[in-house]
Design a protein around this ligand. Sequence first.
Ligand code: ARG
Length: 470
Amino acid sequence: MTSEEQEAAVGRPLWHGRFGEGPSDELLAFTVSLPFDRRLAADDLVGSRAHVHMLRKVGLLTTEEEGVIVTALARVEHELADGSFAFAPTDEDIHTAIERRVTEIAGPTGAKLHTGRSRNDQVALDLRLFLRREGRALAARIDALQQVLFQRASESTEIALPGYTHLQRAQPVLLAHHLLAHFWALARDLDRWRDCLERADVSPLGAGALAGSSLPLDPALVASDLGFARPFDNSLDAVSDRDFVAEALFVAALTQVHLSRIGEEIAMWSTEEFGFVQLADAYSTGSSMLPQKKNPDIAELARGKAGRLIGDLTGFLATLKALPLAYNRDLQEDKEPLFDALDTCRLSLSALTGLLATITFVDEAMTAGADSHYNAATDLAEFLVQQGTPFREAHAIVGSLVRQSVERGVPLDELVSTDPRLGPDCLALLEPGSAVRRRSTPGGGGPQPVMRQLERAREQLERQQAWLEH
Ligand code: ARG
């Protein structure tokens, strides 16, 4: 470029050479992604450093030129950090803005930064770098919530509550067992994060716009510089693949669905009707009008925001559907749902972690529900089974006693003790705490299996810790 050409290029788009006139206001307003992709600035700088390092290694930049560009990148980083970075109206995205500024600072040497690179491979790289960090951070929050569930479960091996099916009381289980059920769902989520981050561990840089380059680029060098497991295999795939975004959105959505189930239970348990928990003041809200109210807003929002994350996932899958190869601008729609899903899920996790760490379990209410005689009906039937009665018949015998009890208002224990097939011996089965103690099979809800389960949960946390620290 002559110096006149260079001057004329200032404030014009990256593609100014091909175009007779500048972009319209409508085009800029519609296509701009800077307001949200600014968030990728740090990743963009990291990617650019690795890129210029590679360019120097393969002889496309001298050591001196590399130094000049790296210094300019450092200055840009500084300006972005202290807020002095002046964005131009033509900075349609963070990549454009950074390259423009590097070129302003470093002149013709800066103009070599984009050698062999396209924003197509650049943006795919940035987003993978972003996900690698943020995905792990989110996984760490899942782990933190599991630790609280584990802690609360360890303290709750003496309290039973009714277990439900169809939201009808079914059989009692230890509170520890109930809390650990949520723990294992989250363990699978964390495992899914690890799995999807492993698959996302591919560097797309060097794919160029779509087909690679005539320049002697070394994608493997960039990949190893940036700590990726491997470089891409196919340049078309490298710039158009957003499976890693879709997978992350699914894992985030499923995580949030699990949080919504915890949220729903807390909201229910905190009602006067259930009365199973009391929320700490710091983790509940009041009403602007009703002075007596204490509301479980965290639990409700954890539940409500699941809808939003499902929307992020399905919306983005719709964007991807039927997109031809390779890069299409539609792909710019990957960032907002990803950012939104990760942010929302992370905040939900932290809030629920605090809520559960400080929640009070109301033993009396839970125990009263757990010890209802009807919850022991299956045990009565199983008693008959042990005497040789076929289960279907035993079920009918006890079922009819329950019906009589309900219809005639006679306590079940009275009917049991006078029934010739059951008799007074069976009353022990109806004693408080007895039904839960008999849930003794592996993985069951009684004290013995729950102690073993706690041990396995502890091992699970250790395995997770090893991965998170790795
Ligand atoms: N802002 C764009 C995105 O997020 C960067 C890639 C632009 N590439 C292009 N060929 N226009 O996808």
